[in-house]
Design a binder for this molecule. Structure first.
Ligand code: C2E
Ligand code: CA
Ligand code: CA
Length: 411
């Protein structure tokens, strides 16, 4: 039967007795058997059966990854329903995959191909060329090197939290800080979290990093308390960013319990920030971790709010303390009405569920003014201050002229 690529639907029906594909034919897809049984036949002077595959098994898998010739003929033994998986689809996944995973998949396939090539007198292709393979290996080596560097950086204390103030928009008072990780590399200088967080997540080091940040946040709370001005201002809070990987890791929940036993902190003074998309990756586990946070007195801020797809009914179920509006909406407000509408909707939504909102990325007075007028309680951004070292944060809280920020707002 002729399964021309353009005519291939997602599901292919093949009647009993028909050939699904023939040995030596060009292949650019595999099939997952949804229903039925197929026989694998290796052609030669005397064709021989080398096995059967049935429901839930994959056939034509070699072509999925590298294309090339089919190395066996597959015949439907019963009426079959097959799900078509194109090589292009898999290659797209592999292109975006972790370089180490790509190297492993590529190496395994290469060995299998070499084996089949010998066995079938060169009738199977040898896969991608040497230059392409070398590039895959180089990327993997680079990834391994960067992961090792990051592990050492954590051990050597090169990764620390910097602190960016969060300000009450009504009077400009500093109410807390967000802790943002920084890697001070001995040769490369300051490396941004945008670079090393994905590295930490891919290498399984994110849990260690998060724990490190939580502990630094507690130290920061104590440090900022020490510089307190005799109790005239309410205690500050510190927020720590937590990755989606932490949220779905049951060991992280155990860690949180042990954490508050070891460092008792007043309710709400430490919050975790989690993105909306992190919540959606495993909503039930996320909910259970957030409920635990509520029980043990750790607050929860939903970060980058507006960029995900949480429904109102889902938000209602979550024990949330703060919503943080993603800075892209703040940035967009001046240029398009759409962003302003989203900001208004988020503010209404937050009011509905009874939580305050932090506007992120406030850079200019006009943004501060607009958000204040819209009734947003809290703000964060370069307009107030960039993330700074703990020592600088200590100085900041004592020297920050709160009303100087509020004054232009009423002008
Ligand atoms: P985020 O949690 O949304 O953090 C806010 C980011 O916006 C920070 O970038 C901050 O420096 C930046 N920012 C603050 N105010 C302004 C402003 O007015 N304008 C602009 N353009 N940017 C502003 P940063 O520190 O580079 O962090 C980037 C992201 O990396 C964070 O986004 C967060 O998702 C992640 N991250 C940072 N530290 C940690 C950490 O300790 N753990 C985890 N899991 N993720 C972290
Ligand atoms: Ca954050
Ligand atoms: Ca954010």
């Amino acid at each position: 039967m002729n399964l021309a690529p353009s005519a291939i639907p997602d599901i292919v029906f093949v009647p009993a007795g028909e050939i699904i594909f023939r040995q030596g034919a060009d292949g650019d897809c595999g099939y997952l058997i949804e229903d039925g049984v197929v026989e694998i036949i290796v052609e030669g002077d005397v064709p021989r059966s080398v096995g059967f595959r049935s429901q839930g098994e994959l056939i034509g898998e070699m072509a999925i990854v590298h294309g090339g010739k089919r190395f066996a003929t597959i015949v439907a033994q019963t009426d079959c329903r097959l799900m078509h998986i194109s090589a292009e689809r898999i290659l797209r996944c592999l292109d975006g995959a972790d370089p180490i995973l790509r190297m492993v998949v590529d190496t395994l396939l290469e060995r299998l191909r070499a084996m089949l090539h010998d066995r079938f007198d060169g009738s199977t292709s040898l896969g991608p060329d040497i230059a392409a393979r070398q590039s895959i290996i180089l990327q993997a080596v680079e990834q391994i090197r960067r992961e090792r560097d990051f592990r050492h950086a954590l051990e050597r204390g090169e990764v620390t939290l910097h602190f960016q103030p969060i300000v009450a928009l009504a009077d400009g008072a500093v109410v807390g800080f967000e802790g943002l990780a920084r890697w001070r590399h001995p040769e490369r200088g300051m490396i941004s979290p945008g670079e090393f967080i994905p590295l930490a997540e891919a290498s399984g080091m994110i849990g260690v990093l998060t724990r490190h940040c939580m502990e630094q946040a507690v130290k920061a709370l104590h440090f900022l308390d020490d510089g307190d001005d005799g109790g005239s201002r309410p205690p500050l809070f510190v927020n720590v960013n937590v990755s989606s990987h932490d949220l779905v890791d049951p060991a992280f929940a155990d860690y949180l319990v042990a954490f508050v036993e070891r460092w008792p902190i007043a309710r709400g003074r430490l919050k975790i920030e989690i993105t909306e998309s992190a919540l959606m990756s495993d909503p039930e586990q996320a909910l259970s971790t957030l409920r635990l946070c509520r029980t043990i007195g750790i607050g929860v801020a939903i970060d980058d709010f507006g960029t995900g797809y949480s429904s109102l009914s889902y938000l209602h179920r979550l024990p949330i303390d703060v919503l943080k509006i993603d800075q892209s909406f703040i940035r967009g407000m001046a240029a398009d009405v759409h962003s302003a509408k989203i900001v208004r909707t988020i503010l209404r939504l937050a009011e509905e569920i009874g939580v305050p909102v932090v506007s992120e990325g406030l850079e200019v007075p006009a943004e501060v003014l607009a958000l204040t007028r819209m009734g947003c309680a809290l703000g964060q951004g370069y307009h107030f201050a960039r993330p700074m070292t703990l020592e600088d944060a200590g100085v900041f809280v004592t020297t920050w002229p709160a009303m100087a920020v509020a004054e232009p707002l009423v002008a």
